[in-house]
Ligand binder design. Structure first.
Ligand code: PFF
Length: 453
């Protein structure tokens, strides 16, 4: 491990370690919890198509840009953007991209941790036998029971925040590397088993049609904005998480290949999760548009017909917690790294300080499902608003600025030598997407989705 610049993360030991760490950040609640439910709420096929287009034409080039900028700057995202801004764009104000990213990460983790807490709670329910042989009515009751008690939610939210803080406080490279090498293949395997199961026992044909039949009538401007936002959310883009990880990638690796592997893993996990969940939904006549409770209410039903029901549920929810955990680490990392570098906090102190602020903010999301559930403004409850603001506005906005910087402020020679593709046309394609397609696409979707045009 080299400590040439600072001691925040160390340096990834291999190319694979980097791919796993960024995939660990990317694959999370976004793929397994959020993608299916927002797809359900936004009509299916056409939404998925727009999401995939956003991933390829906007997400992929911005992922490459974040890795590129992180590796060039070698520091936390605020410092990286300040230094590169001064050097290539004549202004340290570019550090605002990093500041916005730090704030966005804090806001996202505040509600992300509450949902990860649900998953932890479900592990416990599985162990205690509550998830044995559940039917649709039971599944709804169990979920309502989980979210309607503030003390219950606060307990699990606190536990999740503490487990995140413990790892981040200790430094992330070894902890993440080691656990992800085991957890990611396990998650993949389990999803494949579930996919096989849903093909045999669920209504996979209807699920397939729902996900891939493009009915454009159902697509609204806001749905397109949500698809764009989700492309950012699922790839962990627009807030400096990937930039922070890119800072510890040794030079010489081809960024395009790394980015393509990460995007592939992330997308395939989401699509498989969608197939599994909608197969169960259609086979059991559940509602597709039921919102955030979807995965929690469908999977226990799917498992109930299996032998060893509880074991399957426990395993699944343990992996969901693990996926959430490797993502939450990357959500808090930019803020922690910045406090350590800019204010000389010890790593532990920085972590617990930020974690406490996030925990407090998270209470608003906790109460959104019970005492404050009637308190509705803008897009819904506090929880809905945090989600909408961060995923659909702040992340794409951060991504817009990153794309403009990488595409327009870095010269052809500098970015081509940094990206280091084997074929020049890949580089040209990245540059074209970064300069034109990504910024213009984001702006049009923004203005349209917010009703300005
Ligand atoms: N990509 C994560 C998921 O899909 O669950 C969420 C996330 C992690 C978003 C890190 C943003 C981020 F910086």
């Amino acid at each position: 491990m080299s400590n040439t610049n600072n001691n925040i993360h160390g340096q990834w030991s291999t190319r694979l370690a980097f791919i796993l760490a960024v995939s660990g950040s990317a694959v999370g609640l976004g793929n397994i919890w959020k993608f299916p439910y927002i797809t359900g709420m936004n009509g299916g096929g056409a939404f998925v198509l727009v999401y995939l287009a956003c991933i390829l034409m906007i997400g992929l080039p911005i992922l490459m840009s974040e890795v590129l900028l992180g590796r060039m700057g070698q520091k936390n995202p605020i410092e990286t953007m300040r230094t590169l801004g001064i050097q290539y764009a004549g202004s340290g104000l570019w550090s605002l991209v990093g500041i916005l990213g730090v704030l966005t990460g804090v806001l996202i983790l505040s509600y992300y941790s509450v949902v990860a807490g649900w998953a932890m709670n479900y592990v416990y329910l599985g162990l205690s036998g509550t998830l044995d042989n559940v039917d649709a009515a039971n599944a709804t009751l169990i979920f309502t029971g989980v979210v309607s008690s503030p003390t219950n939610l606060i307990f699990w939210h606190s536990l999740f925040m503490i487990s995140t803080a413990v790892v981040v406080g200790k430094g992330v490279v070894h902890g993440i590397e080691r656990s992800i090498k085991i957890l990611m293949p396990l998650l993949f395997l389990l999803l494949l088993v579930l996919l096989g199961f849903s093909i045999v026992n669920g209504d996979a044909v209807s699920a397939f049609y729902f996900l891939f039949k493009f009915n454009f009538d159902l697509l609204t401007a806001e749905a397109i904005l949500i698809a764009l936002g989700h492309a950012f959310f699922t790839l962990s883009l627009g807030m400096g998480a990937v930039m922070a990880y890119g800072a510890y990638l040794p030079r010489g690796h081809s960024i395009s290949r790394l980015a393509i592997s990460i995007v592939f893993v992330d997308t395939i996990v989401a699509l498989i999760a969608g197939m599994v969940i909608f197969s169960v939904v259609f086979a059991n006549d559940l509602s597709i548009g039921q919102g955030p409770g979807l995965v929690f209410q469908t999977l226990p039903i799917a498992f109930s017909s299996l032998p060893l029901t509880s074991l399957a549920s426990v395993l699944f929810f343990v992996l969901l917690v693990a996926a959430a955990w490797t993502s939450s680490i990357s959500l808090i990392e930019p803020a922690v790294a910045w406090l350590v570098e800019a204010f000389s906090f010890s790593r532990q102190k920085a972590t617990y300080f930020i974690a406490f602020i996030i925990w407090m903010l998270g209470l608003l999301s906790v109460f959104s499902f019970n005492s404050l559930s009637e308190f509705i403004f803008w897009k819904g409850t506090w929880f809905d608003n945090f989600d909408f603001l961060t995923a659909n506005l702040l992340l794409p906005f951060g991504g817009l600025l990153i794309s403009i910087f990488a595409g327009w402020k870095l010269s052809f020679n500098i970015s081509s030598s940094e990206i280091n593709t084997t074929k020049l046309y890949w580089f040209r394609l990245w540059r074209f997407l970064s300069r034109y397609i990504a910024p213009v696409g984001i702006m049009i979707i923004f203005l349209d989705g917010l009703g300005v045009i």
